[in-house]
Write a protein that binds this ligand. Structure first.
Ligand code: NAD
Length: 390
């Protein structure tokens, strides 16, 4: 009888896992069920574009049913409530699902570090819905500025200068002047601030590329406040550790992520930031039939640092989990997770980017921008969605 494989989450890790397992197995060997709370897959690496109106929602979402087509993967649109690993059963909002093999690929959530008011009074950028909210809010700030001339409406603060923060700042730096023109608002009144706790933006990234990013963004009016943590947020005010305050109607928080709570709540072993510990085959520690992949898990790389929660790593975890689930079914040797790292590229707006490629190559400008684009198209080709998305 076919083994029932339930995959929770159709992000980069879960979707690729489902597609790879579909390739490896016949319908007699595996019944594959993919659960996701939305009917679309999100290109999370591109969310900074719809957040400022540079692209539309349809450019960063792809219908899951259109990706699956006639494949033997059953899609269930539902929300995961809890997992009972002893009963081998998942509770969804509208029912229960039993499994022989389970893959948890439910992603991450925003880390607020317990900073007072941050969760309540800031925007985040982890989904297309959140990107839409940011875009609508910014547009409204410009639309209404001339009614009351409140300067806080034209002060935009991004908290955190990791990859997410910098890509968003780059996009805002290009789009805010256009909005000022559209709504007849004085350009010189618009302020774009990026607050970072570490002594430098993009902590840990190549120094030369960081210098390029900083110069490019400052040249477009971005003001960096570095070495300065955000310590509190109130409606209309961001408080910094220095005691300074920034009056603003727009605080966007990109200060980091943590694992989703369902994993720890379901009794899987996690590290302090809520990510599951897994073995070399991506199985939850001590479990024979549960895989935890993508942002929901924690894996140390050979240099002793955890692999970052990126699309590049997540897709390779999805492939590895599929291979190892198949190996489990067939009682053959499993493959240890050993990703091939192609480097990292961050866009700096519509025309610029920085990239560290392979071990030694670095790229800036239009070339790096094209590399980022190329990695998106390579991914779309992989999931068979090239013709279904722009
Ligand atoms: P991150 O953890 O990489 O960066 C968060 C930043 O916020 C850090 O620089 C941190 O010092 C800062 N911060 C934390 N607390 C703060 C405080 N109180 N005040 C001010 N600053 C504070 O998070 P991210 O940027 O969301 O990225 C998450 C993961 O996704 C990373 O691994 C990243 O590399 C990856 N990512 C990659 C890309 C890409 O490859 N293009 C794009 C986006 C994200």
């Amino acid at each position: 009888m076919a083994k029932k494989v339930v995959i929770l989450g159709a992000g980069y890790a879960g979707l690729v896992c489902a597609l790879e397992l579909n390739k490896l197995t016949t319908a007699q060997e595996a019944e594959i069920i993919l659960v996701n709370k939305h009917e679309y897959h999100q290109l999370v690496t591109q969310l900074h574009e719809p957040a400022v109106g540079a692209k539309e929602e349809k450019d960063v979402t792809i219908s899951i049913n259109s990706i699956l087509g006639a494949k033997k993967i059953k899609f269930v649109k539902d929300v995961v409530v809890s997992i009972d690993k002893t009963a081998k059963e998942v509770t969804l909002e509208s029912g229960k699902l039993s499994y022989d093999y389970l893959v948890i690929a439910l992603g991450s959530e925003t880390e607020y570090f317990g900073i007072p008011g941050l969760k309540e009074y800031s925007y985040t950028l982890k989904s297309v819905n959140q990107a839409n909210r940011i875009r609508e809010h910014i547009e409204q700030c410009f639309q209404t500025y001339n009614q009351d001339k409140k300067d806080s409406k034209l002060t935009f603060v991004v908290g955190g200068a990791g990859f997410t923060g910098i890509e968003l700042v780059g996009e805002l730096a290009d789009m805010l002047p256009q909005l000022a023109q559209k709504y007849n608002v004085p350009k010189e009144k618009v302020k774009l601030l990026n607050v970072e706790a570490a002594p430098m933006i993009l902590p840990g990234f190549d120094e030369g590329l960081v210098a390029h990013a900083k110069q490019s963004l400052e040249g477009r009016g971005v003001k960096f406040i570095i070495g300065t943590p955000v310590v509190q947020v109130e409606p209309g005010i961001v408080h910094l550790k220095t005691g300074d305050t920034i009056p603003t109607d727009t605080m966007i928080w990109t200060g980091g992520v943590r694992g989703i709570p369902i994993v720890a709540e379901s009794g899987f072993e996690t590290e302090p930031r809520g990510r599951a510990k897994v073995d070399e085959y991506m199985r939850a520690l001590g479990e024979e039939d549960v895989w935890i992949i993508g942002d929901s898990c924690f894996v140390l790389s050979p240099n002793g640092r955890p692999y970052p929660p990126t699309a590049q790593i997540s897709t390779q975890m999805g492939e590895n989990a599929a291979v190892n689930i198949y190996a489990s079914m067939k009682h053959v040797k499993k493959e240890a997770f050993a990703p091939v790292l192609l480097g990292a590229v961050a866009s700096l707006g519509r025309k610029n980017a920085i990239g560290s490629l392979g071990k030694k190559m670095k790229a800036t400008g239009w070339l790096a921008y094209r590399v980022k684009d190329a990695s998106k198209y390579r991914y779309l080709a992989k999931i068979g969605a090239l013709l279904k998305s722009k």
